[in-house]
Design a protein around this ligand. Sequence first.
Ligand code: GAL
Length: 666
Amino acid sequence: MTVGVCYFPEHWPRERWERDVEQMAEAGFSYVRMAEFSWSRIEPEPGEIELSWLEEAVSLIGDHGMEAVLCTPTATPPKWLVDKEPGILQEEPDGTTRQYGSRRHYCFNSPEYREQTRRIVSVMAERFADNPHVAGWQTDNEYGCHETIRCWCDDCAAAFREWLSDAYGDVESLNEAWGTTFWSQHLRSFDEVDPPRHTAAEHHPSRLLDYYRFSAESAVDYNAIHTELLREANDDWFVAHNFMGDFDSCDVYRFADDLDLITWDSYPTGFAQDRRPGAASADELRAGDPDQVGMNHDLYRGAKQQPFWVMEQQPGDVNWPPYAPQPGEGAMRLWAHHAVAHGADEVLYFRWRRCREGQEQYHAGLRKQDGSPDRGYRDADRTATELAELDLDPVDADVAVLHDYDNLWATSIQPHAPDWEYWTHMRQYYAALRARSVQADVVHPDWDLSGYDAIVAPALHLVDEELAGALESRVEDGAELLLTVRSGAKDTSNKLPDVPAPGPLADLVGATVDQHESVPEQLDRRVSYDGETYGYRTFAEWLAPDGATAVGSHVGGVGDGRAAVTEHEFGAGHVTYCGVWPESGLADAVVADMLERADVPHSERLPTGVRATQRDGYTWVTNFTSDPVAVTVPDDARWLVGGETVGAFDAAVYEGAAADLSLDQR
Ligand code: GAL
């Protein structure tokens, strides 16, 4: 387990590099990532390649016992290239061009850009093919950042028509799948389909869903240009990409087969502010939400079922969220431990030094702009020493949480409530598992689920017979399954089937959805479950049991007394259907009952912000709050890092099971 850093040698005078690299080595770093935005330095004039500076930086890194991770520089095509090929630029739905001047301004479907990509990637791959200090590559940088997965240009229009023709074969099949009789949308040929550009009212939901799928796959196709050329040059290299947190449009599962390593970029205090409804708490402003960050760790681990890397770890205050508070003392160390507990094998901090120019001057580095150590450096240095002691097996989870971008897209296309949000709904159940110290793999529903004792499937919206059959056989064999609102409501074309929800899941659930409603705060939002009354939010269903038992009911409102939660014995397992978006107390009660039935070891319910996470026989206690916690562990547990008192924003590690600890927050 090691720590590394992202470095931009091109931002600093050559005389400084040696000192920088020495200091990285002194801190015990292993990998240094470079070059992701350096095209204009690599090719200052068309066809004039200058790579000797990067070779020098790589040699220095190698001389100091570290390895380089290089990036293809395609996230920032230089000005001369944009002027030469203006067609590479992306377009908004209203036809506005996304101009040169920031980054990610190219279209994945531009034939000219694909050609230029082949050229620059080949040049770099060939130059470094025999370099012993390059361990692997990152393709491009954060596909889709700044909402750039989707583009509405003419190249995308042509590619979309081709994609539809491959998917449907003939246009009548498309008309049938989408349902184009509505609002006179019948199509006579694929040529009549455009990208969903600016319109008076909303677009057809089936067309939008296919456009989202097509756009995600365009990025995957584009990425394959990089992976092929890099592997051709040296197939010992790993090829990775750096994905983002709670990110809607870029589907990591579609990339998984073509990448050797999944990595992501973790900025906890930014995410707590800019991609979650509601205000961040004081502690979250200092350290983020461990379940928000943790769920992304588990997603990027689950996507390939293997250890992942954090390619960019927040190093201190950052420039892009609404506010940029200083992280809590020690938070940069806490985040790295938390990542390792969730299955990361490597954590690289972004960036080495605060930048003196350009858009990110208000973003910390591990070192200040004068080269002196900043708060993050001290944390990273300590973390590198602590992690160097550990050699860990991958995470082994008993529980799967099913996650699917198609469900995210379909429910966000028709949210049916202003505060419907797929990640947040999913996280309500995920947080209940995490509060009970249970490791969960976040996986796609098509994944082989045979290794899991319990499966949680939040808003499993688009369901076909095949998926229903796979879940049925898993439950028949003894798994516990928890389904939630909106499950089985639509087919995979984003259309209602001719039976009520949960559609093909009805036999398994032993109930159907009689009514659904979305509910603002002014209306009654209460249910009873196991003798207690709980609140819920946003979305509710009235269930009609048919074989299942109603174990929870609506209290008050027009649905008073109707079933809200059902339980159904099916073969050797059970299915719980929770027909409301539960408050955390209800999510905990339902999840804890499921864990009991599944015989999955779990702890007492931990307080918000404190988590215990088990990997390879070790447990990390991570405290994302400003209050110390006292931890009681079994007598034979051995502390490796820290001890019984885990301070504010602190992490401790013991050898022993997470399920066995108890906590007292002071
Ligand atoms: C990431 C990006 C980096 C840098 C960083 C700032 O999203 O990959 O290049 O912009 O954010 O926090």
